[in-house]
Design a protein around this ligand. Structure first.
Ligand SMILES: C[S@@+](CC[C@H](N)C(=O)[O-])C[C@H]1O[C@@H](n2cnc3c(N)ncnc32)[C@H](O)[C@@H]1O
Length: 285
């Protein structure tokens, strides 16, 4: 990411949440009442139009389906952890994620939003506008994963390594270096209580290497000079379990797009497309 340019991909995902939230309750996969206010109005108009008109689907068939299924799956993971007594939540590369606001958390629960300073600065302006002040239970921690470690930033912001923690890392690993991914995973393993977990999605390496072609990946490559967001990291399909186990995680649970489709694309969504090439994994400490 560029030093002073907030993430365009984060805004694009928030706008996909805006459009999904406009659908009827029996059709939408997720509901995000804050997404619209978190991104600039002109972007909601232009990018929202592309999604509603079907143009985005034409350019990247099934991408919207994947983004919304991913959002829903991670919502469900968070809900399960909350039911089981989660004590601390960290949203890594938070972008315009509004989970810190749209879930009911125990009052004392610590929530941290970690993001690149350029994106976080923009989000903070919006959060202040929406809520009038910064919610007391959320700490905002600026970090560049590629040049700083979580140990440097999160511990000094009040993160408690003795609490059962869920770390959500949605739509971020593909933009990082392998070293940054390893360093973040090592932080989680060394600084969270047993029962803690990280959930993240990742790109299959074959798409990154160009062995397998997919339109949205080619588009992201084509526009990377404008966005400053290049794709840099992937994990070979079918190897994430050994990848995480080698880094000390246990009870690794990986879902692919077929699992997401079976779980969520029923009823009005039965014929909704979902693009392949991505996995979502939960690894426990
Ligand atoms: C595709 S967006 C996903 C945003 C959010 N997690 C979501 O799903 O809506 C990627 C996010 O990763 C963050 N990011 C990318 N590179 C980063 C880096 N080197 N350090 C910290 N954050 C980074 C961006 O600021 C952005 O918020």
């Amino acid at each position: 990411m560029r030093k002073n340019q907030s993430s365009l991909s984060a805004a694009g995902i928030a706008i996909a949440r805006v459009v999904e939230s406009e659908k009827s309750t029996d059709e939408r996969l997720i509901y995000d009442p804050y997404a619209r206010q978190l991104v600039p109005v002109w972007m909601v108009h232009i990018m929202g139009f592309f999604i509603r008109s079907g143009y985005a689907e034409l350019r990247g068939p099934g991408v919207n389906g994947y983004l919304m299924a991913r959002e829903r799956y991670i919502d469900d993971v968070l809900q399960d952890f909350l039911k089981a007594g989660l004590q601390q939540l960290v949203i890594l590369g938070a972008g315009y994620d509004s989970r810190a606001h749209r879930f009911d958390f125990p009052q004392q629960m610590k929530i941290f939003e970690v993001d690149h300073p350029a994106t976080q600065t923009e989000k903070l302006e919006k959060v202040q506008k929406i809520f009038g002040k910064f919610p007391a239970n959320i700490r905002y921690v600026p970090v560049d994963f590629n040049t700083q470690t979580l140990s440097e930033c999160l511990l000094s912001a009040g993160y408690d390594p003795d609490l059962v923690t869920l770390l959500i890392w949605q739509g971020v690993t593909m933009y990082l270096t392998a070293e940054a991914v390893d360093s973040t995973l090592a932080f989680v393993l060394q600084n969270s209580a047993p029962g803690s977990a990280i959930v993240f999605d990742y790109l299959y390496r074959a798409l990154l290497d160009g062995v397998q072609k997919q339109s949205e990946v080619s588009n992201m490559r084509r526009y990377r000079l404008m966005t400053g967001e290049g794709l840099t990291f992937g994990i070979p399909e079918g190897t994430v379990e050994s990848f995480l186990e080698a880094r000390g995680f246990r009870q690794v649970f990986d879902v692919g797009v077929d699992d997401l489709k079976a779980a969520y694309f029923t009823g009005k969504n039965a014929s909704r497309k979902i693009v392949g090439g991505y996995g979502i994994v939960v690894g426990k400490v």
